[in-house]
Design a protein around this ligand. Structure first.
Ligand code: HEC
Ligand code: HEC
Length: 274
């Protein structure tokens, strides 16, 4: 047997037993690519999803979310890390050495594209790590709705700055608060910049994002804690504009071509107004 064939035979057996080969269509080179990952995954997790959760400290999360923003790893990492880190401290495995850096990509609305706010992206990933699909959809939808309606950063996170209560204190003034109406980084950041009169690259804008990252972590932990206690109640109301447009454009409407809970008029105005 050549090395090549014996490797093929080995892979064939491995995948026969794991059922992957039976699923069909996996070429030898593709198997080569997946094999190392599979064995590592088996070694490091062993825990079926969703991973366990215990109640966490909301305010510790708010502060660490703020401080992690200034780690250089971005807002999305900064919203994910405090939750996974706290769970590692409380529970240990499977959270041990979890590479929270995987969420770096979410910064600036996705590698700087201005899409989904990175703080929301990171916190939502943490929620989905520890809750099943139905629960995470429910909690994340409430988190997103809250974010669009809240005046951010919150009074609470501004207070911490005034009292120099953060671990990283770059800017200790009150940051102006506004309501973005949107889950999008671009909309949220640009509306705030013009509202507060700062450039998008200014320290004040970054500190604003650091504080709202902390607020997002705090809100996500509060949701998870309430869910853990079986007393979750949605706080964010559905967007009335989306609801009304979706009566026709939603999946049960006469022109079912939209799947969105965003505020339609922020982008479209009312195209039927004339
Ligand atoms: C009573 C049902 C109904 C409601 C409510 C409604 N639409 Fe429409 N919409 C339609 C239909 C039907 C069309 C396609 C025919 C047309 O252009 O009138 C359409 C077309 C559109 C188009 C495409 C326009 C084009 O020129 O093709 C957009 C964008 C749109 N709607 C957005 C909205 C938004 C935003 C809202 C809420 C503010 C909304 N619609 C509410 C029925 C509705
Ligand atoms: C972030 C901005 C944004 C939001 C929020 C948004 N849309 Fe859109 N929508 C767009 C863009 C951009 C397009 C692409 C077509 C265009 O340029 O009109 C589009 C396309 C559409 C179309 C198809 C238009 C066509 O010409 O065929 C409809 C219908 C529509 N949107 C309805 C809605 C409804 C209803 C909502 C709210 C639930 C909504 N949109 C929210 C930006 C947005």
């Amino acid at each position: 047997m050549s090395i090549q064939t014996s490797r093929r035979a080995f892979l064939a057996n491995t995948f026969k037993y794991t059922g992957l080969l039976a699923a069909g269509g996996v070429g030898a080179s593709a198997m080569h690519a997946v094999l190392p990952h599979r064995s590592q995954a088996a070694a490091s997790t062993g825990h079926p999803w969703p991973w366990p959760y215990v109640k966490l400290d909301v305010e510790a999360g708010r502060k660490l979310g703020h401080d992690s923003y200034w780690s250089g790893k971005g807002c999305s990492y900064a919203a994910f890390y405090p939750i996974v880190h706290a769970l590692e401290q409380e529970i240990g495995a499977p959270f041990t050495n979890f590479p929270a850096e995987m969420m770096i990509y979410g910064h600036g609305g996705g590698a700087g594209w201005g899409g989904l706010c990175g703080a929301l992206n990171g916190a939502a990933a943490a929620i989905c790590l520890v809750t099943d699909k139905k629960t995470s959809d429910m909690l994340i939808s409430d988190l997103f709705g809250w974010y669009t309606q809240a005046f951010l950063p919150t009074d609470c996170s501004n207070e911490y700055a005034l009292k120099k209560a953060y671990g990283v204190n770059k800017y200790n003034e009150k940051v102006q608060q506004n309501k973005s109406g949107s889950i999008l980084c671009h909309v949220s950041g640009s509306l705030w910049s013009n509202h507060a009169g700062f450039k998008i690259i200014d320290l004040e804008r970054k500190e604003r994002c650091a504080r709202l990252t902390g607020d997002t972590v705090a809100f996500a932990i509060a949701l998870l804690n309430d869910n853990f206690d079986g007393k979750f109640k949605p706080v964010a109301s559905a967007n009335p504009v989306a609801n009304s447009c979706n009566t026709c454009h939603g999946k049960e409407g006469e022109k079912p071509d939209v799947l969105s809970k965003m505020d339609c008029m922020q982008c479209h105005g009312d195209p039927h107004a004339q």
